[in-house]
Write a protein that binds this ligand. Structure first.
Ligand code: COA
Length: 332
């Protein structure tokens, strides 16, 4: 194996569908209020696809923006990795659909399932392809159409999720002081029963009965997820800071999976991060699952919060349970 090379994110693109679902809209659909949703989650609105628009469509739009920013063609990529829990269909993979829609000739790829942690998990996989010299350019996409698996009569879940996608390009870093620094990931399968979609898989293949029982929708124990998220995200962030000799106050930008504003703030407080380092855009997008971290990177870029050389801490938690933390220095 060739010697490991330093890897950087060289471009970022995001996309959300134009249609908005506001808290006021949800007030008309279920027994809830704008005040309850805002106070308990921080969410004000989310973007939702129109009928016939799928995860690959959002992924392709995000991918095109990243490619345009970098000024390269789709066929200049070596691989496309798609993190998603809402693939267009079981197979072919969404990565194959994206490859075809982009016209990315000679490129391979696959989907990666880790729910809300899928973007960070795919980021590590893609980084290793480049670090080993196996590939020069890998596109990592986090994309989900959560509205396709949400029960819009269930107020405990329908207020949280939105649709969206983000894509980054990974390449060798010419400057050794910039780029990916470290990753830590963990899964705890004992939490599987706290957040899951029971129907449609090999255990409960779709039948009229599984649909009548609403098994094709997200089922969630919100409080169990909340507690695990704060505890475990904090733990992995502490670990990654410690093993790299970095103090919380050194972090310029903290981008956590946008699941709930209270989860993000509780994690940031426990870590004693500087409040101005914390990026929050859940108010605009809700929880877009694999899309939240690239979408929050984009928000931070637009707000002038994420600049070349910034030390960035990423954190994620999701169904599984899956959890992860990533350290990097932003490279452009
Ligand atoms: N509007 C109004 N009331 C609601 C409501 C809604 N949309 N959803 C739940 N409630 C009610 C409950 O029925 C309950 O009423 P009760 O006290 O009469 O029984 C009350 O609000 C409190 O419910 P609870 O579940 O304890 O609320 P919470 O503060 O834990 O907030 C979540 C619920 C789902 C917002 C919160 O638990 C959460 O965000 N969990 C994490 C979920 C998550 O991040 N999932 C994705 C992981 S990647």
């Amino acid at each position: 194996m060739s010697q490991l090379v330093r890897v950087k994110i060289s471009a970022l693109g995001t996309y959300v569908p134009p249609r908005l679902l506001t808290n006021a809209d949800l007030e008309k659909m279920v027994e809830t209020s704008d005040q309850w949703i805002t106070e308990r989650t921080g969410i004000r609105e989310r973007h939702i696809v129109d009928k016939g628009v799928a995860t690959s469509d959002l992924a392709v739009e995000a991918a095109k923006k990243a490619l345009a920013q970098r000024g390269i063609d789709p066929s200049d990529l070596d691989a496309i990795l798609v993190g998603t829990v809402t693939p267009d269909m079981f197979f072919p993979s969404t990565a194959c659909l994206v490859q075809n829609k982009l016209g990315a000739k000679g490129v391979w790829g696959f989907d990666l399932s880790a729910a809300c942690s899928a973007f960070l998990y795919a980021l590590q996989v893609g980084t290793q392809f480049v670090a080993t010299g196996a590939h020069k350019r890998v596109m990592v996409i986090g994309a989900d159409v959560m509205s396709s698996i949400i029960d819009y009569t269930d107020r405990a879940t329908c207020i949280i999720f939105g649709d969206g996608a983000g894509a980054v390009i990974l390449e060798p870093a010419e400057n050794d002081s910039l780029g990916m620094i470290d990753f830590i990931h963990e899964v705890d399968g004992s939490g599987g029963c706290s957040l899951y979609m029971p129907g449609g898989g090999s255990l409960n293949p779709s039948t009229h009965e599984t649909v009548d029982q609403k098994m094709h929708y997200v089922h969630q124990d919100g409080q169990a997820v909340f507690k695990f998220a704060v505890r475990k995200q904090t733990e992995l962030c502490e670990k990654i800071l410690e093993r790299n000799g970095i103090k919380a106050s050194d972090i310029d930008v903290f981008i956590a999976h946008q699941a709930n504003k209270r989860i993000i703030n509780a994690t940031a407080e426990r870590l004693a991060l500087r409040p101005e380092s914390v990026v929050i855009n859940i108010d605009r997008y809700g929880n877009t699952t694999a899309g939240t971290i690239p979408l929050a990177m984009d928000t931070a870029r637009q707000e002038g919060k994420l600049k070349k050389g910034d030390l960035v801490l990423l954190a994620s938690v999701g169904a599984g349970f899956t959890v992860g933390a990533t350290l990097l220095r932003w490279a452009y």
